[in-house]
Design a binder for this molecule. Structure first.
Ligand code: 13P
Length: 249
C-alpha cells in the first residue's frame, strides 16, 4: 500500500541546458512508471526543468532549503521561492550537507518544519558513517537522526514525510548495502523508531527510501524488501537510461 518513490538527486551536476535535456530524457524514459518519479536539480535549474517536465508524471524536488521565510541570508533560498519554481519535494539533511556544511539535527528539524508549513514535502536523509557502523553504533545514529528531524512534528505532519536511509559509506562509493543490511535498518526505523514516536499504523504509512550506490542492476533486489519503499539516487540519476532502469525496477 506504500507507493514506491524513486528520486534522482543530481547534486552539483548539470548546467541549465544539460539539466533541461536530461529532464526531458527522464520524462520520455520513465513514461508509464508505477513509481512516483522525482528529479532534484540544483537551484538555478529548477525553473527551467519545471518548464521541461510540465504536464508530465515527473515531479520536481530541490536539494536543500533555508528555514527562514526571507531576509538577510546571503546565498540561501526559501520555501516560497522553491514553490514559485514548481517544487514539491525537498531533500533535507543529506550527509554531504551534514559533513561539509554544518547541518545538524537542529537545522534539519527547522527545515522540515518550514517545508511542511509551506505545503512542501520533505525527504529526510539519515544514515551512519563507516566508523559508526564498525563501532556498532548504526541504530543509535539513525535513531538520533530520525528523532532529531521529527522533534515536535504532529502525526499528520509525519505522514507527509519521506525518509531516505543513506549509509554514508555507500554514497558514491559503489559499495551498496546488501538487501539484508538495508532491510534491517529500514525495519528498525519503521518498527522501532517511528512506531515509538507515533504509532505502528502511522509508521506503516511513511515511505522509507534507500540511498547509496543504487543502480539498475541492484535496485530490484533492494526494492523487493518489505520496508524499502524506493530509492534516492545520485550517480545513476545523471543518465536517463540508468535512472530508467531503477524507476522500472
Ligand atoms: P550515489 O547513488 O551516487 O551513491 O548517491 C546517493 C545519494 O547520495 C543520493 O542522495
Amino acid at each position: 500500500m506504500r507507493r514506491k518513490i524513486i528520486a534522482g538527486n543530481w547534486k552539483m551536476n548539470k548546467t541549465i541546458p544539460e539539466a533541461v535535456t536530461l529532464a526531458k530524457e527522464v520524462v520520455a524514459a520513465t513514461k508509464g512508471a508505477q513509481a512516483i518519479t522525482v528529479i532534484c536539480p540544483t537551484y538555478v535549474c529548477l525553473a527551467p526543468v519545471n518548464e521541461a517536465i510540465k504536464g508530465s508524471h515527473v515531479i520536481l524536488g530541490a536539494q536543500d532549503v533555508h528555514w527562514e521565510e526571507k531576509g538577510a541570508f546571503t546565498g540561501k533560498v526559501s520555501c516560497d521561492m522553491l514553490k514559485s519554481a514548481g517544487v514539491t519535494y525537498v531533500i533535507i539533511g543529506h550527509s554531504e550537507q551534514r559533513s561539509y556544511f554544518n547541518e545538524t539535527n537542529e537545522t534539519v528539524n527547522k527545515k522540515v518544519k518550514a517545508v511542511l508549513k509551506a505545503g512542501l514535502l520533505p525527504i529526510i536523509c539519515v544514515g551512519e558513517t563507516l566508523a559508526e557502523r564498525e563501532g556498532g553504533r548504526t541504530e543509535a545514529v539513525v535513531k538520533d537522526h530520525v528523532e532529531g528531524a521529527y522533534k515536535g512534528l504532529s502525526k499528520d505532519d509525519a505522514l507527509k514525510t519521506v525518509i531516505a536511509y543513506e549509509p554514508v559509506w555507500a554514497i558514491g562509493t559503489g559499495k551498496v548495502a546488501t538487501k539484508e543490511q538495508a532491510q534491517e535498518v529500514h525495519a528498525f526505523i519503521r518498527k522501532k523508531v517511528l512506531s515509538a514516536l507515533y504509532d505502528a499504523d502511522t509508521a506503516s504509512k511513511i515511505q522509507i527510501q534507500y540511498g547509496g550506490s543504487m543502480k539498475a542492476d541492484n535496485a530490484a533486489a533492494l526494492l523487493k524488501q518489505e520496508d524499502i519503499d524506493g530509492g534516492l539516487i545520485g550517480g545513476a540519476a545523471l543518465k536517463a537510461d540508468d535512472f530508467k532502469g531503477i524507476v522500472l525496477a
